[in-house]
Design a protein around this ligand. Sequence first.
Ligand code: IPM
Ligand code: MN
Length: 364
Amino acid sequence: MSNIFKIAILPGDGIGPEVMKQAIKVLNKIRHFLNIEIVVKKYLVGGSAIDKYGDALPTKTLLGCEKSNAILFGSVGGPKWDYLPLNKRPEKNSLLKLRKHFNLFINLRPAYIYNNLHMLSPLKNNIINKGFNILCIRELTGGIYFGKPNGRKGNGINEYSFDTEIYYRFEIERIAHMAFNFALQRNKMICCFDKANVLNTSIMWREILKKISYQYSKVKLKFMYIDNAVMQLMKNPSQFDVILCANLFGDIISDQCAMITGSIGNLPSASLNNKFFGLYEPAGGSAPDIAGKNIANPIAQILSLSMMIEYSLNNKHITKKIEKAIEKVLNKGYRTKDLYTNQLNEKIVTTEDMGTLITESIIL
Ligand code: IPM
Ligand code: MN
């Protein structure tokens, strides 16, 4: 790696810009402790880019990302652009394009419950008190999201539309190896959620995963039908370590994992390719209803930055310091509105304040 690390910052729409500002505060505090020069450049993406350039992913933004070592992404979309046809919408035309363009086939969405935020979870005490720490791994560049053919044809009552769920052997093999390696660094269990009682793709995933598992004898591999899995996640989330899913199932399950932690505002994600080039983004959306009010939770954005430092800069040491700072601030009772549960020790703070409190709590 050269001694300059370039980050393309894409704040996007809705709460994206305000939470991104807080992540940049954190970055400015730690940048001199990363042993590499950090260069940051901002680019427009999503609806804000449509407004200015008529394109959710302008060439300038894509070129900027190509010249960078990592992308820190905010969020895109909002009602203002919902009138556009599907393939012009900010989501499909920026985020999905970036994922495909950079071959970001593995999506990591860690979901764990903070000790002092048990109250937030919609799960009952006897379930949540056991705690949980899940790494949801989602295949991100294949499956029904990108499968061809897709479209809409015919007329009248015979009009029809179709999408294709398709997986190539190499797509399953490469994510399987990554997933086993992640499991080796954790509790050494993988549970793959699928629909192998119905879908051909799921049957092939099972075959390939079983075969590869012989190379990772320390990891316990299990399978669960997706319909049972959503129940199990509610009933006993502590049974899971790494969850592995195809693209669409992973999209759905990762939101469920987020919700059982209590707030999607805390959850970061990393989308990586085989060179560990990554796009890092909060798991929640652009939340247009609360945008511009200085009330959004910046933790997911800050944790996305911290995942970048872990995976693209390979600096677990600084990642841990950021995570510690967040815990410290939460332990002191500071809460953005989404995290407030009416407890005596809790103090509601703004987006800006939360960003500052976390930044100040990082001890380098
Ligand atoms: C996500 C989002 C996206 C997805 C949307 C915005 C296209 O829901 O990252 O989970 O479906 O992948
Ligand atoms: Mn989603």
